[in-house]
Design a protein around this ligand. Structure first.
Ligand SMILES: NC(=O)c1ccc[n+]([C@@H]2O[C@H](COP(=O)([O-])OP(=O)(O)OC[C@H]3O[C@@H](n4cnc5c(N)ncnc54)[C@H](O)[C@@H]3O)[C@@H](O)[C@H]2O)c1
Ligand SMILES: N[C@H](CO)Cc1c[nH]c[nH+]1
Ligand SMILES: [Zn+2]
Length: 417
């Protein structure tokens, strides 16, 4: 099915990426973890992951062995990615403002929980795209949780934890992992903030516990919006769409173009390329329910549609790709031109691949080093500055009928007014 801008806008109004019918289930899981602690985590490991585990923590010796025995090229690739992430995150880290009468002091968070997904795929790259940021910020303790497996946890995921100097790794996934990090159990410590992507259960749990713990954003099922014109390479664009569809049946792909023939050609190519993919079952389900080819009326409408979707990734593969950068105000990350495919950002470029989904890019940002910092303002006024400001404060206090507020300022003016 092909949409026009108008029919897409209508259809999109009712598209909700979080299935609220699962809220009761997730609330129940959170409560059970609060009540039963570790035992609940063992029970859920069996129920949801089919894993019969006897320990929650992965010993440091096992993590080191995973690193030592990892294929040397893969280890080098992970370390190259770590280095690129470090350089980029250092370049955008908030700088401490100079001390004065009014300024901001920046502190790294103490203890951070990192959710590394592990249901339908393994994500060593997600360890790098989160833990390296925490390291650059100076976080003292990083705690990784990832779903238990029927056999062993993915070795590259553990090796990535070693590379990043993660403090503890626990095999627990889903909503129960989020609950454990929020409230603590006998084994798992309570953290200050939870970051990282995950499926619907993880996303819903993060929404529910927010306030008892900090959360980064809702980074749920993956999304990509690709804008093309007649110059785009059909095969490359088709594979870029499949690269997101293969994450999850709920992953969403949008193809935006003002040329009907071109749009149809890429849609046809999608079928050709799909047939070559190993994760075809997930892809087919994703394309069936969550793929949107949109025929627009030109560049202005392209931009309108992109801003409306506020997608996790926006890839512009047109001859005038750079023109779009300023006009796109709502996107998790923007990939300009055919040599900035989304997959390069997933693995090595430097910005984190943990990005807001489900339209959250209207107000949320991709994960960065600054999510691991907490600024607080400092007021250190001189007498003259105080005396200049206080009369306005006293007037506002009187308007609010808060006499002690007024008096707190007035006594320092020395004239009791
Ligand atoms: N936005 C981003 O930055 C980003 C980055 C990487 C991955 N992702 C997304 O993360 C998601 C990863 O999902 P995943 O499923 O592979 O792994 P996951 O680790 O997020 O979820 C697996 C867990 O879900 C829980 N679960 C599964 N079925 C359940 C049920 N019926 N009831 C209760 N709990 C249940 C289990 O506890 C299981 O351990 C994908 O949607 C992927 O697209 C997003
Ligand atoms: N595209 C995902 C975010 O939506 C991140 C990822 C990890 N590995 C591969 N891709
Ligand atoms: Zn990806």
């Amino acid at each position: 099915m092909m949409y026009t801008t108008q029919t897409f806008k209508e259809a999109y109004k009712t598209k909700n990426t979080i299935d609220f019918s699962k809220t009761q289930t997730v609330m129940q899981i959170i409560q059970t973890v609060q009540e039963k602690g570790d035992q609940a985590l063992f029970d859920y490991a069996k129920q949801f992951d089919g894993a019969d585990i006897t320990e929650l923590e992965i010993p440091q010796s096992v993590i080191k062995e995973a690193y030592d025995t990892l294929d040397a090229d893969l280890r080098a690739a992970l370390e190259e990615s770590r280095d690129n992430i470090t350089v980029y995150q250092e370049s955008i880290k908030w700088q401490q403002s100079p001390a004065g009468e009014l300024y901001q002091k920046i502190h790294p968070l103490n203890k951070v929980g990192i959710y590394v997904p592990g249901g339908k795929a393994s994500y060593p790259s997600t360890v790098l795209m989160t833990a390296v940021l925490a390291n650059v910020a100076g976080v003292k303790e990083t705690i990784v949780v990832t779903p238990p497996q029927k056999t062993a946890i993915n070795q590259a995921t553990l090796a990535a934890c070693y590379i990043c100097g993660v403090t503890h790794v626990y095999q627990v996934g889903g909503a129960q992992a989020v609950a454990a990090l929020t409230y603590g159990t006998e084994t798992i410590p309570r953290v200050d903030k939870i970051v990282g992507p995950g499926n619907q259960y993880v996303a819903l749990a993060k929404k529910l516990v927010y306030g008892d713990v900090g959360i980064d954003s809702i980074a749920g099922p993956s999304e990509i919006v690709v804008v093309v014109d007649e110059t785009a390479n059909n095969e490359w664009v088709a594979i870029d769409l499949l690269a997101q569809a293969e994450h999850d049946e709920l992953a969403r792909t949008f193809l935006v173009c003002d040329n009907e023939e071109k749009l149809a050609a890429i849609e046809a190519e999608l079928l050709v390329q799909k047939a070559k993919q190993s994760r075809i079952t997930v892809i087919e389900e994703s394309l069936k329910n969550n793929h949107f080819p949109i025929l627009t009326n030109g560049k202005e409408e392209n931009i309108e549609v992109v801003n409306l979707i506020a997608g996790e990734h926006v890839s512009i593969q047109t001859k005038d790709a750079e023109d779009y950068v300023d006009a796109i105000q709502t996107a998790g990350a923007i990939f300009i031109g055919e040599y900035s495919p989304e997959a390069i950002g997933d693995y090595v470029a430097g910005p984190s691949h943990v990005l807001p989904t489900g339209g959250n890019a209207r107000f949320a940002n991709g994960l960065s080093v600054n999510d691991f910092l907490r600024p607080n303002s400092v007021l250190n006024l001189k007498k003259e500055t105080f005396q200049k400001m206080a009369p306005a404060g006293m007037l506002i206090a009187t308007e609010e009928s808060l006499q002690a507020h007024h008096d707190s300022l007035a006594v320092r003016m020395g004239d009791g007014q």
